[in-house]
Design a protein around this ligand. Sequence first.
Ligand code: SF4
Length: 249
Amino acid sequence: MNSKAMIIKELRKVIEFYGELGFEYLPLKREDIYGLISEKTAITGRDSVCSNQNRAGDEDNYISDKEDALKNLRKEIGDCHRCKLSENRKNIVFGEGNPDAELMFIGEGPGRDEDIQARPFVGNAGKLLAKMILKMGFKQEDVYIANIVKCRPPFNREPGEDEITTCLPYVEKQIEIINPKVIVSLGKIAAQSLLRSKVPISKLRGSFHDFQNIPVMPTFHPAYLLRNPKEKWLTWDDMQKVLEKLKKR
Ligand code: SF4
């Protein structure tokens, strides 16, 4: 195959790769294309970062300790009525994933589908997040996903400050148990609540912040990205920084 045909073949793979991520166009300069070809090979060729498989020794006990701690926390939450979000919810959405995850995603709160299924990020926004996780080189079961509030705010409104303050200790406890290497917060509420900040998400995203010595990368919420697909590039940039950080820690 001549070099032109090779480039076209690789370019097709790049376009398919970004198409799967949901990008609708490639706003790139010619020189960027060559960078993307090698970047795509690097991303799709990397090993899964599943920490379970890589840690040795008494790892099983270590993980089951974390599993037990999470189960105990779930028991402690019980049929929680500590804030008024309990009034309309169908289910408490505790969170799910690998108790020993290196990477933790934290969103705002459950939506309609999540409330029905008692699982985080299962609607359309969840499908986009799942694609992102996969393209980062993880399996869905490698990471842990939770929300700032565990009950669905009615009509998908933002949770109120009182509701966030009441529920926040639960997700903070989950972070303490899981002790991930990096946290990705999804959307304004998740970032501002974790970081105790009022800075807009557009300014918080793109650089790391600190939550109890764990680096936090705020990025846009997948639901926002579904409404504003052009911003997916920024979130993908943020995820590249997360992958770099994970390599170093
Ligand atoms: S949102 Fe949190 S604090 Fe409020 S009722 Fe649900 S679990 Fe309890």
